[in-house]
Ligand binder design. Structure first.
Ligand code: AMP
Ligand code: MG
Length: 424
């Protein structure tokens, strides 16, 4: 059951304005059409890194499996200890991690214990070794070394209980999850299959690296930034190269891409003038909407379906490609990958170190450099913000997000920033 309207129905909605689409609205509209992959595969735990769990992981055991010591020290009975004077106890053995003491502690007895060592029967507390002095056949515990029973002791199941759902389907597997899964003794998990993403660049002027440039030609960089961003998201990629602005060739490329991938991403060819015949073409092949997003950079954006594939037609300018990818495509891919935790990119406030000129009307994603200022963070732009200046992305460590309604911003004001590190 899918209650979402069709793309065509949506384009007739009252508040739908393809010529002035707010960023949030575009994100929301796209979200309605995303149906995550359902196919799964079983992989060895290490190959699950960066993938999304397709089944709940249920703990087959308790972690830790036994009460054990959190410190190097002495396992004792709390009731034996005097708070107001030293206590002398008899040493009856040792408990190492992986080599427990087999017996049980009686009154007046202590077991030398090391971090991770199983608590011997009869002991309820660990005295850290710094509060104890070893003597022949025994130990002297200083007065008030522990204040309550159970100190410095880890309890069986305090991290995970047997039968507990540790991770739900939809959980991305990061290093911590890998470790947790391994700690349960599980060596294989079920994950969603990887997303297949086909991409190509459009433009008569584009040449691929390794070929000479004629007058007016430029090298295609968008397929490289896309390759990088998609690699970080662990997608399977089909790089279809450069396609010239020739309708028959474009048609063939769109059809091939859609037939071979879950998602098709192109750059270029969606700006005024070029969009017209691309539009005609895509009308024939699928349902695609052309939007002018109220943002800078990244104004023209096409989104829709070609056959069963999702299509993102990104602008041609290299910075616009990266900004629209991070603001729209990344989230969409995460949802399609089956992740259940997809939220907006987090923003936090930083102090603007130098003024920014801005006209109200569009959300701007300026490239910024964050630097610590002692008590918090200062941010300044990377300088020239032209959408063709890819070095601005390379110098940046954040986006400075200026809302549509905002005008000029003075130095010292707080602005929203999104970290570039961590977007993966
Ligand atoms: P377009 O959206 O096709 O009008 O392209 C906008 C600008 O981006 C033009 O200056 C193009 O030459 C440039 N551009 C388009 N595609 C690429 C690409 N793949 N690599 C580098 N620059 C590009
Ligand atoms: Mg072009």
């Amino acid at each position: 059951m899918n209650a979402a309207p069709s793309l065509r129905e949506m384009s007739c909605a009252d508040d739908y304005d393809p010529d002035s689409m707010p960023v949030d609205r575009a994100r929301m509209l796209i979200r309605q059409f995303l149906t995550p992959v359902t196919a799964t595969e079983r992989v060895h735990v290490r190959f699950a890194l960066n993938r999304v769990l397709a089944e709940d992981v249920v703990s087959p055991l308790a972690v830790p499996g036994h009460d054990n010591s959190a410190m190097d020290g002495w396992a004792v009975r709390f009731a034996d200890l005097r708070q107001d004077a030293e206590t002398q106890l008899k040493r009856i053995g040792e408990s190492f991690a992986g080599k427990p003491y087999p017996g049980t502690l009686g009154a007046g007895e202590a077991v030398r214990i090391f971090t991770g060592g199983v608590m011997p029967g009869g002991a309820d507390t660990v005295v850290m070794q710094e509060r104890a002095t070893e003597i022949p056949d025994g130990v002297v515990i200083s007065a008030g070394a522990v204040s309550k029973a159970g100190q410095n002791r880890r309890f069986a199941g305090e991290d995970l209980q047997c039968g507990q759902v540790v991770f739900g389907a939809g959980q991305p597997v990061r290093p911590a999850e890998l470790g947790m899964i391994a700690s349960l003794g599980i060596n294989e998990v079920s994950v969603y299959r990887k997303l297949r993403v086909a991409f190509f660049s459009t433009g008569d002027e584009l040449r691929s690296v390794g070929t000479p440039l004629a007058q007016g030609d430029i090298y295609d960089s968008n397929r490289y930034t896309l390759f990088g961003m998609l690699s970080r998201l662990d997608c399977d990629m089909v790089d279809m190269g450069v396609v010239p602005d020739i309708p028959a060739e474009l048609e063939r490329a769109f059809a091939t891409a859609a037939a071979n991938a879950d998602v098709v991403i192109t750059s270029g060819g969606v700006s005024v003038g070029e969009a017209d015949y691309v539009k005609e073409l895509l009308d024939k092949l699928g349902e695609v909407l052309f939007w002018k997003i109220a943002m800078k950079p990244g104004r023209p954006l096409a989104y829709g379906k070609i056959g069963g594939a999702h299509f993102f037609g990104l602008p041609g300018n290299p910075v616009s490609v990266m900004v629209t990818f991070y603001q729209f495509v990344r989230d969409a891919l995460l949802v399609l990958q089956g992740r259940s935790d997809v939220t907006q990119i987090p923003t936090f406030k930083a102090t603007l170190a130098a003024p920014i000129r801005k006209m109200p009307g569009r959300t701007e994603f300026q490239r910024g450099v964050l630097a610590p200022n002692g008590s918090g963070w200062n941010v300044r732009t990377t300088g020239d913000q032209g959408s063709g200046i890819l070095s601005s992305m390379s110098r940046a460590n954040c986006f400075i997000v200026l809302p549509a309604e905002s005008g000029n911003v003075a130095a010292g004001e707080l602005v929203d920033v999104q970290l570039l590190e961590g977007l993966i």
